[in-house]
Write a protein that binds this ligand. Structure first.
Ligand code: 2NL
Length: 366
């Protein structure tokens, strides 16, 4: 075998064994590049005699063509293999089940607001709403809450700066309860009035059981001849429907609110089961206790008069409760702060899922 044949055999074997495109390029440069071995041979042709060139020329050119062809063949094979790998990796199997996506669900607060609207609608109540930014007349003064009342202090209520006082010079604030919605309703429409006012309320308070924003529902009935019996029946009927039990027992305890007279704290009997409070039964019975759930009373005559109604003609009752707490009691959550974390795992844990929206009739609480 001539020297050129040996060189060709070695180069063609190296090229056929090249593992990747970089290896091929290195071999090409080594043979055909500026300082390549075949380039060097081609350069020797210039210094040869015509006879020598005639003898050597075809062999050297043949070597170059063989190596060039081998490089092209190997390169095509490697590129083909790379494409196959890429296609295999990118292939989509349309028959595979789709990946689960994180889906939201209804929030317990929204769920309970829907339940409240539905239960009270059956008793003839409409849902009333109003602004979260209120003035201190509708939030406090109209409700017979005196200027000196601690709730009106800066450290309990979020006030806006004095430059933002309204046209009548009233201080603006984030409502501390939904009562101003009822004040607006009494001033805007003739009795009889039967409304609930659910919504966000704000107090400058933050710890394990208090968040600066929370949810409240208040109820108001204004008509002729309304008395405490109507109040008690309404709350009992509501709580039986809400907790889906007939054995709800109420205890009305004398209390004080500036906006009601007389006022009553409403307790329900419950018992502790597996670390959870289960509402139902008489709080005085064995294994039971009382838990405060609502505040209520007959609307104070002064509040009725402040809204432009004659308190000798119109009477009413009102009540208020925390929605977050109502939700915790029904669905078994124990930490208020988790309500505002937006954690889907927390929702799922308590039975709230995108496709399992709890309903009043279907219920996830059973
Ligand atoms: C509580 C107490 C209550 C009211 C709210 C009310 C509203 C008007 C007139 C009279 Cl416009 N009363 N609301 C009455 C009694 C109690 O809430 O403990 N809330 C969480």
């Amino acid at each position: 075998m001539s020297e050129l044949q040996a060189m060709q055999a070695r180069l063609v074997a190296d090229i056929a064994a090249a593992a990747d495109l970089d290896a091929i390029e290195a071999l090409r440069v080594g043979a055909l590049g500026k300082a390549g071995s075949i380039t060097a041979l081609l350069k020797t042709l210039g210094g040869m005699s015509p006879e020598e060139r005639q003898a050597q020329g075809p062999a050297i050119h043949g070597l170059r063509e063989a190596v060039t062809a081998a490089l092209a063949t190997r390169k095509a094979a490697l590129e083909g293999a790379a494409l196959e790998t890429k296609l295999a990796a990118e292939r989509l199997d349309m028959t595979l089940p789709a990946d689960a996506r994180p889906l939201g669900s209804v929030h317990p607060v929204s769920q309970v607001m829907d339940e409240l609207a539905e239960i009270f609608a059956d008793m003839g109540f409409a849902v009333a709403t109003g602004p979260e930014i209120e003035d201190d007349w509708r939030n406090f003064t109209a409700l017979n809450i005196p200027e000196t009342h601690p709730a009106r202090a800066m450290h309990d209520t979020f006030y806006f700066p004095a430059q933002m006082n309204d046209a009548e010079g009233r201080a603006m604030l984030l409502r501390t309860h939904t009562s101003p919605v009822q004040i607006r309703t009494m001033m805007a429409q003739e009795p009889p009035i039967r409304i609930i006012a659910p919504g966000r309320v704000y107090r400058s308070d933050s710890d394990a059981t208090h968040t600066p924003m929370f949810h409240q529902v208040e109820g108001l009935v204004i008509d002729r001849g309304i008395h405490m019996g109507h109040l008690k029946w309404t709350l009992e009927t509501f709580l039986k429907a809400y907790f889906e039990r007939d054995d709800i027992v109420l205890r009305l305890r004398p209390s004080y609110f500036p906006f009601t007279e007389p006022s009553a704290e409403v307790d329900v009997g419950y018992k502790q089961e597996k670390g959870r409070r289960i509402v139902g039964g008489n709080g005085d019975d064995e294994g039971h206790a009382w838990m405060e759930l609502l505040g209520s009373g007959m609307v104070n005559r002064r509040v009725i008069a402040n809204c432009g109604l004659d308190p000798d003609e119109w009477q009413g009752f009102a009540f208020g409760a925390g929605i977050d707490r109502l939700a915790m009691l029904k669905y078994g959550m124990d930490d208020l702060r988790a309500f505002f974390d937006g954690d889907l795992r927390w929702l799922a844990h308590y039975g709230f899922g995108a496709l399992s929206v709890p309903t009043l009739s279907g219920g996830i609480s059973a």
